[in-house]
Design a protein around this ligand. Sequence first.
Ligand code: ACO
Length: 333
Amino acid sequence: MTHRAFISAVGHYVPERIVTNSELSKLMTTSDEWIQTRSGIKERRFAADHEAPSDLGVHAALNAAKQARTGLNDVDAIICASLSPEHYFPGTSSFIQSKLGLVGVPSFDLRAQCSGFIYGLSVANAMVTSGEFKKVLLIGVEVHSRGLDFTDRGRDCAVLFGDGAGAVIIESCPSPEHGFLKTKISADGRFADKLWVEFPTMKRTPIMTQSDLEAGGLHPKMDGKFVFKTAVEKLPQVIDSTLSSINLQTKDIDLFLFHQANLRINEFVAATMNLDKAKIPSNIEKYGNCSAASIPILLSEQMQLGTVKRGDLICIAGFGSGFTWGCSVIRWF
Ligand code: ACO
């Protein structure tokens, strides 16, 4: 019988530089009170001048490697989930692969924004359970700070996002009872422009004009209320359908690891689904929204705290630009 895949190692890295809400309020018209009330965020990390996205990814991967019996030596695929790529192309995964010295190992980027890590779990699980790959390194990494608009025009997005990276290793589970029980991913491209960076665009020439630049087209734009409304609708749906497909209920779950987009979104989902708040850890107050890196950073911190134990049922869920969303249920090994 083919065993399920499982997460055999976890690590994360966040840059040293802490940026508080008060610091942002010196750059734009905002306040600590506004940001905390709407999002739960107190501070976030910004990459140092010398740190590229791949550097953050490498640190996270090396931290995960410390937990792996054979380090990264036998990794046979690298997936990098990110919406803030180091370059237009090639993907950030190429730079990570080279810096890790894993020349020859297939590496690719996965673009599913804030759901990128969950999409990555689905892909890595399929790669491992197919038997084609033995040990997949999945990294979620974001350097948002260089793409944000720190003026009043961009303040709705600029206060929400932070930089960081998380990494996991996925391989075949030694135990038939443990590992990924079910992962569901979904998308609705009709709302692609509700949260996006419009330029540069390959759909026309030139790919960016001076007026696009002046209009802030290089920065993220978001219909915040619509994102909020859709997230709190889709998250309960995908959690319910994933759990019911494997005959589980929310009360069976030991730990919910939700994407850290906004504390209010997660509180709304918890209230709608009548979830036990004690089972929903959060770190958005320290890091803001790190998109594809949020969930692996949270998982890594929970591992360090010792809250993730063998046999626990973990439910991971997230929603993001695309729109994309997903849920993964894991019996922890
Ligand atoms: N500081 C102060 N005022 C601000 C800021 C800011 N940083 N940003 C926007 N405002 C202003 C707006 O200009 C607007 O002013 P106006 O009323 O004069 O036009 C006003 O604040 C809007 O205030 P609210 O209606 O209270 O804002 P809202 O309740 O919609 O909250 C928020 C905004 C926090 C963005 C909310 O819509 C939200 O959480 N949306 C979800 C977005 C999200 O989480 N995105 C993350 C990325 S997607 C993902 O990962 C799921």
